[in-house]
Design a binder for this molecule. Structure first.
Ligand code: BGC
Length: 380
């Protein structure tokens, strides 16, 4: 909370200083409905290239906009908040007509968004909600609470406490599990964790699940910037501190494939998955190719597939609506309160992928080829 307040405060200071130095933008914004696509530029700000989903997101949005004749200014911020602020500032001063932003820290862009509003540039929050600003015009994402529900359900299915159809499984437990969450400054991390915990709670309450470390609060289990190495280190620490009595961890709730790979490395280094020691049930998200291979090989248990091609398409539809001076069509106008207002949203469905689903969900849909799944590497 304190952090959010501080971030909002520094955003406000930045907004003032931007306004003071006349950073409202040269071209861009205003009534664009009569202009040709080739005279319009969409600024696309993505968080990082370390995770392949954001590369795919950026490429898809760019290609789809360019196919319609628009100019695109696509920037990646290397997971560095000042870099992203600077890139968005520059898009505004260079006359972007719409901004599409996937924020690194959802609370850190209020100043930029004020400058965009002053220049009448609509802002679309892409996948991650931008918080603490009245100047977010639209939000395109997936149903993030359901992602968390799906991750927890996959953990329960993997352990045998539930069957895939949702009915009660034959396993009884008690099972030792550990929990991980994403970056606290990413609004999605809270939705994922809430969805997961609401789903796991009855099983923790009836003691079929036990979080042996006792770490169940999001602040205790969050991984800053979603970093694989940090997740690996935390898993190593958990194994040392809570499983040095001969007990085994049997399930790990992981909210993102990159974290899952760090967790799996820590587990393998400690002998899990070797002779006589089963790999715990590990969940994931994003269907990253290295993790899809791990699922195919029986090492990771599941992932949540979010088709970034469809998300890119929604971002393009929303951007075009704004450029034609129309309001994009929302399918959710209740869920995403950013601290200042409820942002109209378009939310896409998500799909759980176990080993058996790789072909139908990922290969048949053209997301990955069978060769990529086998090698664990994207052809690009
Ligand atoms: C996205 C996830 C992604 C995570 C880490 C979240 O905001 O919704 O798809 O796994 O960021 O990049």
């Amino acid at each position: 909370m304190g952090k959010r307040f501080l971030a909002a405060f520094s955003g406000a200071v930045l907004a003032l200083s931007l306004a003071a130095c006349g950073g409202e933008g040269a071209g861009g914004g205003g009534d664009t409905s009569g202009e040709k696509p080739s005279d319009l530029t969409i600024g696309v700000s993505m968080p990082t290239q370390t995770s392949e989903r954001w590369i795919a997101d950026g490429n898809s949005v760019k290609q789809k906009l360019e196919a319609k004749g628009y100019k695109v200014d696509l920037q990646y911020a290397g997971d560095d908040i000042p870099t992203q602020s600077q890139q968005v500032d520059q898009m505004i001063t260079q006359g972007a007509d719409v901004l599409v932003i996937a924020a690194i820290d959802g609370t850190a862009l209020s100043g930029q968004l004020q400058a965009a509003a002053d220049a009448k540039i609509p802002v679309i929050a892409y996948d991650r909600l931008i918080r603490d600003s009245p100047n977010v015009n639209f939000y395109v994402s997936f149903d993030n609470y359901k992602v968390g529900v799906a991750q927890a359900t996959a953990l329960l299915v993997g352990l045998g406490l539930l069957n895939k159809d949702g009915s009660k499984g034959t396993a009884k437990g008690p099972f030792n599990i550990e929990l991980f969450a994403g970056s606290l400054d990413d609004n999605n991390a809270h939705f994922f964790f809430d969805g997961a915990m609401d789903t796991l709670k009855p099983f923790i309450d009836d003691k079929s699940l036990r979080v042996k470390s006792g770490q169940t609060a999001i602040e205790q289990v969050a991984i800053l910037r979603w970093q694989q190495e940090t997740a690996q280190k935390r898993m190593e620490d958990l194994l040392t501190s809570s499983y040095n009595d001969g007990s085994k961890v049997q399930g790990v709730l992981s909210p993102y494939d990159g974290l899952s790979r760090g967790i799996i490395t820590a587990l393998q280094n400690a002998g899990y998955g070797g002779s006589g020691s089963k790999m715990p049930v590990v969940t994931g998200q994003d269907a990253e190719i290295a993790s899809v291979k791990l699922i195919n090989d029986g090492v990771q248990s599941s992932t949540i597939f979010k088709d970034t091609r469809l998300l890119a398409e929604q971002a393009v539809i929303a951007a075009e609506a704004f450029l034609q001076e129309k309001e994009p069509q929302a399918n959710d106008t209740k869920t995403y309160d950013n601290g200042v207002k409820v942002v109209p949203s378009f939310l896409l469905p998500v799909q759980t992928v176990y080993k058996d689903d790789i072909k139908s969900a990922l290969v048949d849909s053209g997301y990955w080829t069978a060769e990529e799944v086998a090698s664990g590497q994207a052809k690009g």
